[in-house]
Design a protein around this ligand. Structure first.
Ligand SMILES: CC1=C[C@H](O/C=C(C)\C=C\C2=C(C)CCCC2(C)C)OC1=O
Ligand SMILES: CC(/C=C/C=O)=C\C=C\O
Ligand SMILES: [Fe+2]
Length: 560
């Protein structure tokens, strides 16, 4: 069996919706520090002071669909485009930052949703904005910068969308260019490299920004936020898309590569310091006609868990110029939902069970359940589960995010806990790990103490909800043993993923801080530092302007 997933045109079958043949079943920088600017300056009118000199703002973005095109101070800027390519400066700290907090918090996300007069439609379409907050000796320096992907540079050069984003498709100027576009879609050339989703620190110290496309893997400098280079995978595995969230440890990197031709997933691993993914094994889908979307997946110490959800990639939708209600996906309830478990060492599938339908972007963690003799009896895998309701994708349209009227429209979510038996039973379980009311029935953008990756754990940090709302608006610390949550809330604010950073030498799982970037109701923004134990604020480092919402984060300790 070839481990290679072609990244060129044999993918016609997959992309044109022709069902593929199904194989057998389961088987120290030099920057000047700028003075703080007036509130909301960088998200609003470009200010005069900036270091280093900016390049022109992309197409002088106007906020189509935003409230008050150029007004901004005094109102939330979470869903408004960043107006300046970069900024850096000392942040004013309120409270007391822990002296041990020594390193850089990085956050990636789509921060620019306008090109000239044209406004993007979906949160996930925006061009990537990296945010940095470096902590040392109780002080904080902040910065942001656009990632210089080919997609971003081309958009800036031509003033229009040039690559296929999550929901945006370049408009063909003529039939000829449409044909050309079709060909380049099939070869992957027209897919975006706008790495607006995750940011990870690899075991060898390189910092990588990621998205759903393989070509959207970009190395950045965590200090200057410079775009360093494309991350080239030096192997023959191919694949145009992968899980936007690899599992990264100090020694390795695990990824899933969906195979749209012969529906399935390739599981691959890469050693720290290498650019070569190695084929570990393959999971054939049990449902069809295409693999389920794998934005993320969990691992345990010995196993990789491969989810197959009924929200499946859809080749026909990929070809459409206008977004469909489910974008590049389709809901195939009839084809079932499955969880597969692969042994990391052998690549063999040790369980493949049918589970109740589910919709998730993010797995939280997984671990092995053992009996008294220490034998592994089941895999427990937790995720942020949107009650098997795909309307969460619609919730994240910018129009909806910008139009909060006080109505409670956010889809309910819970900590979905899968139990996957390893005794050959055909079914797995999926239940809420705690009463979702504990976190306001909002649940996404999670982190854990990384020392518990793949192991039993007690605490998860995430965004939750205080109803009514149209987007997760709290930070929540979930205690999976007590089945309770502690919540942080500030009226009108939009906090992003709370990222757990352990105190050096910590022995307890929640000894550390949770860091989040908050877009406040008055147009300002700050990095919030919560004591992870009490979930109370210890300090906030205030940006002199409000930043757009962002997605995922990582921590780069200073001495690494
Ligand atoms: C966040 C976030 C960003 C994001 O998606 C971005 C892209 C470019 C997705 C592209 C695609 C798919 C999701 C499906 C298959 C086709 C393709 C166009 C590559 O998703 C997020 O969650
Ligand atoms: C921001 C998000 C979901 C929020 C819903 O509650 C998902 C991001 C995916 O990467
Ligand atoms: Fe994500």
């Amino acid at each position: 069996m070839s481990p290679t997933i072609s990244s060129s045109l044999c993918t016609v079958a997959a992309l044109s919706g022709r069902p593929g043949r199904r194989a057998g079943q389961p088987g120290g920088s030099k920057r000047a520090v700028a003075q703080p600017l007036a509130a909301a300056a960088v998200t609003e009118a470009p200010p005069a002071v900036i270091a280093p000199p900016p390049r022109p703002v992309v197409g002088a973005p106007r906020r189509r669909g935003g409230r008050g095109v150029d007004g901004g101070a005094d109102e939330l800027v979470a869903w408004k485009s960043i107006r300046q390519e970069r900024w850096e400066g000392a942040l004013e700290v309120e409270g007391k930052l822990p002296a041990w907090l020594d390193g850089t918090y990085l956050r990636n996300g789509p921060g620019l949703w306008d090109l000239g007069d044209y406004g993007f439609r979906h949160l996930f379409d925006g061009y990537a904005t990296l945010v940095r907050v470096s902590f040392r000796d109780g002080h904080a320096v902040g910065a942001h910068r656009q990632i210089e992907s080919e997609a971003y540079k081309a958009a800036r050069r031509h003033g229009k969308v040039c690559y296929r984003e999550f929901s945006e498709v370049p408009k063909p100027d003529s039939f000829k260019s449409f044909v050309g576009q079709l060909a380049s879609l099939l070869s992957g050339n027209s897919l975006t490299d706008n790495s607006n989703t995750g940011v990870v620190r690899l075991g060898d110290g390189r910092v990588l920004c990621l998205t759903e496309t393989v070509k959207g893997s970009i190395v950045v400098d965590p200090d200057t936020l410079d775009t360093v280079s494309k991350f080239e995978y030096e192997d023959k595995l191919g694949g145009l898309i992968h899980s936007a969230h690899p599992i990264v440890t100090d020694t390795e990197f695990w990824t899933l590569i969906p195979d749209l031709i012969r529906p399935g997933y390739v599981v691959a691993r890469m050693d720290a310091g290498s650019n070569e993914r190695q084929f570990v094994g393959r999971v054939d889908c049990r449902g069809g006609p295409a693999p389920g979307w794998v934005h993320s997946f969990p691992v345990t110490e010995n196993y990789v868990v491969v989810p197959e959800m009924p929200l499946r990639y859809c080749a026909a939708n990929l070809l459409r110029a206008e977004p469909t209600p489910l974008y590049k996906f389709q809901w195939h309830l009839e084809s079932g939902s499955y969880m597969h478990v692969m042994c990391k060492a052998s690549g063999k599938i040790v369980a493949s069970v049918e589970v109740p339908p589910f919709v998730t972007f993010h797995f939280i963690n997984a671990y092995e359940e053992k009996d008294e003799e220490g034998r592994v009896t089941a895999i427990i895998a937790d995720c942020c589960e949107h009650n098997a309701d795909t309307s969460i994708l619609d919730n994240l349209r910018l129009h909806n995010l910008r139009a909060f009227t006080g109505e409670d429209v956010l889809t309910d979510a819970r900590v979905g806990r899968f139990r996957i038996p390893l005794d050959g039973s055909p079914f797995g379980e999926l239940e809420a790990a705690l009463d979702p009311e504990e976190h306001g029935r909002g649940m996404d953008m999670c982190s854990i103490n990384p020392a518990h990756l793949g192991k039993e754990y007690r605490y998860a940090y995430a965004c939750g909800a205080r109803r009514p709302c149209n987007f997760p608006n709290t930070l929540t610390k979930i205690d999976l043993v007590e089945k309770t949550a502690k919540n942080w809330y500030e009226e009108g604010a939009v906090p992003s993923e709370p990222y757990f950073v352990a105190r050096p030498g910590a022995l307890e799982e929640d000894d550390g801080v949770a860091i989040s970037m908050v877009s406040a109701k008055d147009g300002s923004g700050y990095a919030l530092v919560l004591d992870a134990k009490t979930f109370k604020e210890i300090a906030r480092a205030k940006f002199p302007y409000g930043l757009p919402y962002g997605l995922h984060c990582c921590w780069v300790p200073r001495d690494k």
